[in-house]
Write a protein that binds this ligand. Structure first.
Ligand SMILES: [Zn+2]
Length: 346
């Protein structure tokens, strides 16, 4: 991909996007701007993934624009979200700007390749998670990379999503947060002394809700920084994606009801390279009629990959839904089949 980038290879247009760490801007592979050094580049499968990772669209190659120019009012609407991603624009706000909500949403999707809400959500998450990925970067630089005009607005956006990130936290417990890059896109991991609390792809639709839930149930503030459990999770993922059988899993401490804990434990019992149906998983916890509840519990699993909810598939063998996207589920299952095969033949 880096070679394609340096050659400005048109065949890779739309195949991947690049984020330039030093500027906080993302581009098409064919962008006419001077090409960044390899170590300053990261790759994304979609523009939405680059946005969720905290990057802003390049003004030169306009990676969000389709070949046809968006009307100025639509571009202006996107600018509004860029300037203040924490603010949720509702139908009433659109009408106040003399925009008809349904038409606006349809045209936004047509021009930018994702829904208006997906765009706003990606910008909010991206802006707040910038604090986690680069804790050594000065606040002002983060704020500019996230596109905020004032530091207070940026802090507010972070606090809304991550809790009080001010250094003087007394009494409140602390959830340590770390950014982990994987071949399937960046993930965020949260842990405290009890163990790993969350591991999710940053572009997952439910991430905002999960972060809020975990923060309030533990009454904790989320603070960027490493922790032994996060370190374990990162090395587990590195072995897993390299196709090696990960030695020890990090200590897991997912938050959930008793039923959910049973459902998740059943997931941990499914061997690598195998799959189960929801009915089989329900039977495994002694609740054979609870297939819907089991499916819901799997959807609420906040520790992706390590608690392998992707190993549960439809009774007809179809991959069914997956919080991180069905394409990731298929990729994980194929990867595990190869891994299991390689382990058998060793
Ligand atoms: Zn560019």
């Amino acid at each position: 991909m880096y070679n394609a980038l340096v050659r400005r290879d048109r065949r890779f247009e739309g195949v991947f996007f690049i984020g330039v760490k030093t500027t906080g801007i993302f581009c098409r592979p064919t962008c006419s701007a001077r090409k960044p050094k390899r170590e300053n580049v990261e790759f994304f499968p979609t523009a939405a993934a680059a946005l969720s990772a905290g990057y802003r669209a390049c003004l030169r190659c306009q990676p969000l624009s389709q070949p046809l120019e968006p009307p100025p009012w639509l571009a202006a609407l996107r600018d509004t979200v860029d300037r203040d991603p924490a603010r949720r624009l509702r139908d009433a706000d659109l009408r106040a700007r003399k925009l008809e909500p349904a038409t606006t949403r349809r045209l936004f999707k047509k021009h930018y390749g994702m829904t208006f809400h997906a765009y706003a959500r990606a910008r909010r998450i991206g802006a707040a998670l910038s604090t986690i990925r680069s804790r050594n970067t000065p606040m002002l630089q983060l704020q500019r990379a996230a596109g905020y005009e004032s530091e207070s607005a940026f802090r507010q956006a972070c606090e809304k999503l991550l809790g009080d990130t001010a250094p003087a936290i007394r009494d409140a417990s602390i959830l340590h947060a770390r950014w982990i890059n994987t071949p399937l896109g960046p993930m965020i991991a949260l842990a405290d002394e009890a163990g790993l609390r969350l591991l999710e792809f940053i572009d997952r639709r439910a991430l905002e809700r999960q972060l809020r839930r975990i923060r309030s149930s533990l009454r904790a503030a989320i603070v960027p920084g490493d922790h032994p459990h996060l370190h374990d999770a990162a090395s587990w993922l590195a072995s897993y994606f390299a196709g090696r059988h990960p030695a020890a899993a990090p200590r897991l401490a997912p938050r959930g009801s008793e039923f959910q804990q049973h459902a998740w434990n059943a997931l941990l019992q499914i061997p690598l390279g195998q799959t189960r149906s929801y009915a089989q998983q329900a039977a495994a916890i002694g609740r054979p009629t609870a297939t819907r509840a089991v499916a819901r519990a799997n959807g609420d699993n906040a520790i992706a990959i390590i608690i392998p909810c992707h190993r549960v598939i439809g009774a007809d063998g179809s991959p069914t839904g997956y919080g991180g996207g069905v394409w990731r589920k298929i990729w994980l299952l194929e990867h595990e089949q190869k891994m299991a095969g390689a382990l058998l033949h060793r």
